[in-house]
Design a protein around this ligand. Sequence first.
Ligand SMILES: [Zn+2]
Length: 95
Amino acid sequence: MLRIPCPYCGERDHSEFSYGGPADLVYPDIDSEDADAWSEAVYCRDNPRGPQRELWHHLQGCRLWMVVERDTLTHEIAGAQPAQAALKPILRSGS
Ligand SMILES: [Zn+2]
């Protein structure tokens, strides 16, 4: 059973959460009209085997978006932190 350590609520069953996809996706600039780049960003995923940073939403709890470091092979979770703090370097580079 997958248990996710919410930074605010503590460890909870994954059924309380909604998966939001890979955390480190980089989308094209919002004004970009490059259809191939948008198609790649929206529909194509790497599907890695091993550690991955993922976005999860604690929908049935505190409603926090968080970045969870999960091994896709073993489902072992190395940690979780609020998305705003975890993605700050990425958000800064996009502006
Ligand atoms: Zn929570």
